[in-house]
Design a protein around this ligand. Structure first.
Ligand code: PA5
Length: 410
């Protein structure tokens, strides 16, 4: 993995870099709360991974469809990797996600698939109390029992904290198999824990390669990137645009958005994380990036090679004919970075390929960066107190609309 900060023109003062290194050591000390994720690349033993794979294989043997119900950090990580790698491996169940929206039309499609295919499902919620997750779970659980009767109990899996909550109660009442969501890992940092790895292992993704990539990050460049981002934010860059040149990385972008948005965005601080997919988004937002309000810094994710490719026919013209599509996409990466660097600071994060190993590197590098940047900004990386406000408003309106509809009926 290569990190190019030369296009940011932002020198990092020595004392700030030392502070960032100190924060990294604090994260690695094992004495900070909610830092269980820092140790995941090393703490997954061979035996634990084999057990997880066996469990995943047993689930995969029972179904052609595996529904993961969860929202935020409880589904974005697995979805990001699956979409980046082109979904389940041959012969493994299709993975579909539910419970991340309240739109009934989406859930209807999942219910139809559940009725048509051999299905298992896993509901994932650290707290075990999240509205969207629990609502979708209640509907899908009912469908599973309608389809399989008592045998549904062997097909429903629950992942939640080992604490009393509505999901734990279901585990007790129905005898579902439960997996413990690690208590010292928050949702947005859980991608390399069982939360991300179980669905990926069911899909046949190489989870060992993912963890190996995470173990091999360039630790010495963490402080540079974290400091540069924070310095740019302090200089007025209110938006960080994360860009990539494959639609396969769109869900990865959603994972990035949550990681940086929830980790840094508090106490009036943090850059708004926006994600753009090039070249499609260049045809909608490219004009703004080149000549609009220069409020952004850009972190561009590049990769050197892609597995699938086409040679452009000669009919496409002298300029393009005979080259591969990927060669042209690589030219687009370099050319766009150059053009944008004329008006904005551009960081380039370069991985070799889009595979498990390289995605593991990128994930762990970004996770550590988000945490260090938040500490440099003097905010707690691991809480999200602001989300309570909208949840309270929703609950109140639901209660009101309940009493209104009852009084209308009555
Ligand atoms: O990162 C986070 O903590 C959040 O995005 C959570 O993952 C999300 O709110 C879902 O929470 P839970 O897993 O408790 O259902």
């Amino acid at each position: 993995m290569n990190i190019d900060l030369s296009k940011t023109k932002m020198p990092v003062p020595k004392d700030m870099k030392e502070l960032a290194d100190t924060y990294l050591k604090q994260l690695q000390s094992g004495r900070m709360e909610n830092t269980g994720w820092v140790f995941l690349p090393d703490t997954w033993t061979d035996e634990a991974l084999s057990d997880l794979q066996k469990t995943a294989d047993a689930i995969a043997a029972k179904c052609t469809l595996f529904i993961v119900i969860g929202i935020g950090g409880s589904y974005l990580g697995a979805k990001a990797i699956l979409d980046a790698l082109g979904h389940s491996r041959k012969g493994r169940p299709q993975i579909r996600f539910a419970g991340y929206s309240l739109a009934g039309t989406q859930l209807r499609r999942i219910v139809t698939a559940l009725q048509e295919q051999e299905t298992c499902l896993c509901v994932i919620s650290k707290s075990g109390t999240t509205m969207e997750t629990l609502l979708a779970y209640s509907i899908l659980k009912e469908q599973m029992f309608a389809k399989y009767g008592e045998a549904a109990k062997e097909r429903i899996f629950v992942m939640t904290e080992p604490k009393d909550n509505p999901l734990r109660k279901d585990v007790r009442d129905f005898g579902f198999t439960a997996f413990d969501h690690p208590t010292d890992i928050g949702g947005r940092f859980s991608i390399l824990s069982i939360v991300g790895l179980l669905p990926l292992a069911v899909a046949g993704i190489d989870i060992r390669a993912l963890l190996q990539g995470a173990a091999d990050i360039p630790v010495d460049r963490l402080a540079d990137y974290a400091c540069t981002r924070v310095l740019l934010q302090r200089s007025g860059k209110a938006v960080e645009v994360f860009t990539y040149f494959s639609t396969d990385l769109k869900s990865f972008g959603e994972w990035i958005r949550q990681l940086f948005g929830e980790t840094e965005g508090k106490a009036g601080k943090g850059a708004y994380p926006a994600c753009l997919c090039f070249t499609p988004d260049l045809h909608s937002i490219g004009q703004f990036l080149q000549q609009g309000n220069p409020i952004y810094l850009e972190t561009m994710i590049q990769y050197e090679t892609a597995p699938d490719d086409f040679t452009i026919p000669a009919e496409a013209g002298d300029l393009y004919g005979g080259l591969t599509l990927e060669q042209i996409n690589r030219c687009a990466e370099t050319g766009v970075a150059k053009a944008h660097a004329e008006v904005a600071p551009v960081v380039v994060l370069q991985i070799e390929r889009l595979d498990e190993y390289c995605l593991g590197q990128l994930i762990y590098f970004l996770e550590l960066n988000a945490a260090i940047s938040a500490m440099l900004l003097d905010v707690n990386p691991f809480d999200q107190p602001g989300v309570e406000n909208y949840k309270r408003e929703i609950r109140q309106l639901v209660a009101e609309s309940r009493s209104t509809s009852f009084s209308t009926i009555g």
